[in-house]
Design a protein. Structure first.
Length: 384
């Protein structure tokens, strides 16, 4: 790791530092776009708010043809972390060390650091407030969050269950607070990309890609951006289909974003899809980490889950929640008294609101599948 950290100061020299005359007047997204262009990258898109909640993302600035390029990022601007199977903690530590050791590079990468969310603004498993976890109404999900947070804290303290680096030695006396370490761990976990290693066969590595990491996730049916690496090692974001000016540019992060318990856990967002999708926890495997054991076609006519037993299982699950969907909706609509009544406290913060919205979407999906199975089973009876 040291060789890699020391060895790429040449990278720093290749990236231009010159910015506009008065950078204080320009927002961080614009600075980022200009910085990429000044370094022989290509930017044909805009960064800004993409929905009413103020979510930041990327938009098309003109009509685009299929395969048209929205961003080209020279290799030198990408930050190659470690293998994908290393923990986010280890990747974060490696990055923090590189920033500290390679000071020129750290300064030159300034526009990128500025474009990233500030400490305290990320909502992921690393940063969810423990006191709000009961709002999830899922003990195993809450437990997974606590285990992750304990692991991160343990790594920082120098305990290292599965990690080979000695954090204290790596940091060479630098002070690093738990909050800061959690922040960088969350960033690496939710902003880095995975690509095949150019040097080693069968190895995937984690890579941070300025600007690319401002693209939001869209399920495969909505995603309009593909991401690839060309022969020169540059990174390219290109249109998967014709796109209209002003449309949000989204790409499919990975499978775990397609079910709300998983996207909430790993990325801190949920999606209100039509039709609704069951949480991974509500599939027969009941496994938060398993995104692929079952899919929607299993619930179609003749599918392996289109059975009376499965309908009963989903009904029991729905009935097992301590509140109903209408109660959750009232709670979100501002009925603080309802929360107090249920011993849950008021819904004030953004994360708490998201946790309640999560369980609303979860219950809605359960009801959707129960009704779907009921219709199918009725149909079976009619045929007899
Ligand atoms: C790689 S970043 C994308 C850029 C991010 N929106 C930003 O402004 O920095 C991933 C984060 O964006 C948000 N995000 C991505 N896709 C989303 C979606 N479909 N709906 C809501 N939030 C999303 C989540 O907070 C997620 O952790």
């Amino acid at each position: 790791a040291d060789a890699a950290i020391d060895g790429d100061s040449s990278e720093a020299n290749e990236i231009q530092t010159e910015m506009l005359k008065d950078p204080s007047e320009i927002d961080s997204a614009t600075k980022l776009l200009m910085w990429i262009q000044q370094n022989d990258g290509l930017v044909d898109c805009q960064v800004g708010e993409v929905n009413a909640e103020g979510l930041r993302g990327v938009r098309a600035q003109r009509d685009m043809q299929q395969h048209q390029v929205a961003v080209k990022l020279p290799k030198v601007m990408a930050i190659t972390l470690k293998e994908w199977n290393k923990t986010s903690e280890e990747n974060a530590l490696w990055l923090l060390k590189k920033k500290a050791v390679n000071k020129d590079w750290n300064v030159i990468m300034g526009p990128y650091w500025e474009s990233l969310p500030k400490q305290g603004t990320l909502n992921t498993k690393e940063t969810f407030p423990r006191s709000s976890l009961s709002l999830l109404q899922d003990d195993s999900m809450a437990a997974f969050v606590r285990v992750h947070q304990d692991f991160t804290a343990n790594v920082l303290r120098g305990g290292k269950p599965h990690i080979t680096t000695d954090v204290r030695a790596e940091l060479e006396g630098q002070e690093l607070s738990l909050e800061e370490f959690k922040h960088w761990t969350a960033l690496v976990a939710s902003y880095a990309f995975t690509f095949p290693d150019e040097d080693k066969n069968d190895t995937q590595i984690r890579i941070m890609l300025p600007l690319f990491d401002l693209l939001n996730h869209g399920n495969p049916d909505k995603a309009n951006m593909g991401i690839m690496r060309d022969e020169e090692g540059s990174y390219i974001a290109y249109a998967l289909r014709p796109i209209k000016k002003g449309e949000e540019l989204v790409h499919a992060y990975n499978k775990v974003c397609e079910r709300n318990d998983q996207s909430l856990f790993h990325y801190g967002f949920i999606q209100d899809t039509d039709p609704p999708r069951l949480a991974a926890l509500d599939l027969p495997s009941g496994n938060l980490y398993d995104a692929v054991a079952y899919n929607e076609t299993d619930y179609e006519e003749g599918g392996r889950l289109a059975t009376a037993e499965e309908k009963k299982r989903l009904e029991d699950l729905l009935a097992s929640f301590p509140t109903t969907q209408p109660e959750d909706e009232k709670l979100i609509a501002g009925g603080g008294w309802m929360g107090s009544l249920l011993g849950q406290g008021k819904i004030t913060g953004e994360v708490e609101r998201m946790f309640v919205r999560f369980r609303i979407l979860r219950k809605r999906a359960l009801r959707y599948y129960i009704e779907k199975l009921a219709r199918q089973l009725q149909g079976d009876k009619a045929e007899l």
